[in-house]
Design a protein around this ligand. Structure first.
Ligand code: LLP
Length: 427
């Protein structure tokens, strides 16, 4: 695998610490996250977009109080999509004006909490919500800054992974057919709202810039239409997240500066052509910041050879700590982490310990043929959407997240305990 580093003994290391020592201290399964790498990725996004743009880290990828503090220290903003994420952000000291609240069905309580806290942006997702947020803001004597989320209808042929920008899905208001324009019309009339701009998110794990370019083009088109109809130039465009990362050696992701350059160019060119003031740009990367910074460490429990088929290697976690393989057919790589091996590679399927056959961590991988119980396996690039989507299926205890930096490791999210498991049962 291309994302693990090894020491002279062939043991996988992170920030100067051996996987074997980490497993001994923190147990398995566990996520180990390279703090310096995380911060470097934040800076790469900041530097790529410069001071005339805002970078919102998408907390859904992975959020904890430590993450909020790093984001804050690295001068990023934060995208939250629930009251729970908002609570975590505020609790860790993120200034409310640097938070944007998302969601296609925010509750009255979520909206109220956000408006009261003074979040910088609420991204409006439906006609009902436009009225609801305006009403709540007016009742609180506030004027809430908002964006309207639109679906730009990027055709699926642009790239298979951006099929979520189709108009037939639950998010946003469609540009085609005029719903987005109608939403703008309504929002501009309401005293409780200060409409700052348009938001678009075309999907996730995207490898080329063309989908973003099409989205930018269509959003600028809407800005022009708004100027022509209302005489108002909206000052902001948020183009969402979605930049892909390398899960396997076949993946070839774009860098933040590539996407920044492409977006800046197209927005600037088209705004000038339309006689619009160039709006402030923002983006919301989640996966591209946290995904590559962590790996999951598992211990092998059993090795079952199916002659003529493959070998099933069972680890001590599974779909409760990484649902992505089962849910999206996602691909991961895996590496023997606790030692070097000169054994021949064997075709292996790394599976978890849950009671269903779809409980697969890595569908097809080559591992040394002498992989045996007690060995440690590292699955790289599990920083995004693994801990945040982890479950207690089969009453598994959700694993800890351990931050590693300069040869020191500290828990930033602790392992669940049996006490945690029993605590919610009543009677
Ligand atoms: N902004 C908005 C409005 C979003 O809906 C999302 C992701 C992001 C930003 C961040 O996207 P990213 O840069 O992380 O791709 N659970 C799935 C991914 C769902 C993404 C949902 N929205 C997965 O594990 O692949």
């Amino acid at each position: 695998s291309r994302t693990v580093t090894r020491d002279a003994d062939g043991v996988v290391t992170v920030a100067g610490l051996k996987a074997t020592a980490l497993a001994e201290e923190f147990g398995t399964p566990a996520y180990f996250l390279d703090e310096e790498d995380f911060r470097a990725r934040c800076r790469a996004w900041r530097d790529a977009f410069g001071t005339e743009a805002d970078v919102f880290y998408a907390g859904k990828a992975f959020l904890s109080r430590a993450i909020v503090r790093w984001i804050h220290e690295e001068n990023l903003n934060l995208d939250v999509c629930s009251s729970g994420e908002l609570l975590t952000a505020l609790d860790a000291g993120m200034p409310a004006e640097r938070i944007a609240l998302h969601g296609n069905n925010k509750s009255t309580e979520e909206i109220t909490r956000a408006v009261e806290a003074g979040v910088g942006r609420i991204v409006l997702d439906s006609f009902q919500e436009i009225a609801r947020v305006a009403h709540i803001a007016e009742r609180l004597g506030k004027r809430q800054r908002v964006l309207i989320r639109v679906t730009v209808g990027v055709e699926a042929h642009t790239h298979e992974f951006i099929a979520t920008a189709h108009e037939d899905q639950k998010f946003g208001l469609a540009l085609g057919g005029g719903q987005a324009a109608e939403a703008v019309r309504r929002a501009l009339k309401l005293d409780g709202l200060e409409l700052l701009g348009i938001h678009s998110h075309i999907g996730s794990q995207i490898f080329d810039t063309s989908g973003f370019e099409v989205a930018a083009h269509r959003v600028v088109g809407l800005l022009r239409q708004i100027r022509d109809e209302h005489g108002v130039e909206l000052p902001e465009i948020d183009l969402g997240g979605g930049l892909g990362i390398a899960y396997t050696a076949e993946d070839d992701p774009r860098e933040p500066h590539e996407i920044a350059t492409a977006l800046r160019e197209i927005v600037t060119r088209e705004c000038r052509a339309a006689g619009l003031t160039v709006p402030r740009l923002s983006v919301e990367p989640g996966r591209a910041i946290v995904g590559p910074t962590a790996f999951t460490l598992y211990e092998v429990g059993t090795v079952k050879e199916l002659p003529g088929l493959r070998t099933y290697v069972s680890v001590d976690g599974g779909m409760s700590d990484n649902i992505r393989t089962a849910l999206y057919d996602a691909e991961y790589s895996v590496a023997l982490a606790s030692r070097a091996s000169t054994a021949e590679p064997m075709l292996a399927r790394v599976v978890g310990k849950h009671c269903e056959s779809g409980d697969i961590v890595v569908r097809d991988a080559f591992l040394p043929a002498d992989t045996a119980p007690g060995d440690l396996l590292a699955v790289p690039a599990t920083g995004a959407y693994c801990r945040s989507m982890a479950s207690n299926y089969n009453h598994a205890l959700r694993p800890p997240v351990v931050a590693v930096k300069d040869g020191a490791a500290r828990v930033i999210v602790r392992r669940e305990t049996e006490e945690d498991l029993l605590r919610l049962d009543v009677g």
